[in-house]
Design a protein around this ligand. Sequence first.
Ligand SMILES: Cc1cc2nc3c(=O)[nH]c(=O)nc-3n(C[C@H](O)[C@H](O)[C@H](O)COP(=O)(O)O)c2cc1C
Length: 369
Amino acid sequence: MKLFEPFQLGALTLPNRIVRSATYEKMGDEDGFVTEQLIGMYEDLARGGAGLIITGNALVHTTGRSVPQQICIHNDFYIKKLKLLSDAVHALGKTIILQLAHGGRQSFPSLLAGRSPIAPSPVYEPTLKLTPQEMTHEDVWDMIDAFGTAARRAALAGFDGVQIHAAHGYLVNEFLSPHTNRRDDYWGGDEERRFHFLEEIIIAVRKEAGDGFPVMIKLNAEDFISGGLDVYESLRIALRLQNMDITAIEVSGGMYEAGQVTVKPGIQTIEQEAYFRRFSRQFKQSLQVPVMLVGGFKSRALMEEVLQTDDADLISLSRTLIREPDLPNLMHAGKEKADCISCNGCLRFFRIPFTHCVALAKEQKKGSG
Ligand SMILES: Cc1cc2nc3c(=O)[nH]c(=O)nc-3n(C[C@H](O)[C@H](O)[C@H](O)COP(=O)(O)O)c2cc1C
């Protein structure tokens, strides 16, 4: 089976094609430091067999807090404990990538001491009901610097690379998207200028972390809102990224105001799985850069088929691994389908104490009660 064959991702040799997609853990302490609980969760994932692990959204700048207790990397003092995390995963023989993130206009003012979130343009965000503050030219350069220095810290903390979160309506996506970027300067106005922010971030990351340090991008194939990114522009962005020798692109989609597009609930049939496959196929057909596909995977047969048809190089999983961190091992031993029921209880960030499978916890409570 291709799913369990090794894959060469740039300089990284992966034992199989299963990736743990970035998943916010809500296991940082109040100040965003790595905790023992967080390390334990990543040890479970490393033992569980995923060929590559991408952490949840690590915060590169205090203006971009989109969720409470996310891990932070905006200051050197985070390095020491982050190193404990990468060491723990390496001790189990696995590879770990840190996701670098800034929430942009999807950051909660309550997590920003009441300040307004920042964004490329003051475009109203209807789910949080706010209009962000437009970033100045200086703010933009500060942010590029923040991503660069965060990558340097990730390298010092022993991570095997970084993934820049350029999807799901967060800051980098906001610069790429014509819906959220209404600027008419070096940072916006046309497609080429909307790409400058991500381009400069990649340059800064390489300057700070070294040219050989793997840099991956999570990208929206479509924003799923009118006037947002469509797949044709995303393909051209991906081509620019390929020309910059990016290690891999993870294909996703949606932003808060698009509704339940990114993390689709109620996936029941195999036809509903892999809901961004049509996009990753287009990426694969026109690019050489390795493509990861995320969104709705549950069945081993479909993961295998996607790889066999060359619609993706790697299969990314989030919710199924929250419920079953050892799903890759179970599938290797013959398990056909993940137990996750895509109820999205794990997404109720503000109601649950840490990211876990709410459905499983309920079942266990019932069983023991
Ligand atoms: C609890 C939870 C937290 C998530 N956190 C992140 C994150 O930090 N960064 C990110 O890029 N995507 C995040 N996602 C999105 C997933 O990586 C993935 O794109 C999405 O859930 C679809 O994949 P799935 O069907 O395998 O869950 C999160 C999803 C869930 C359910």
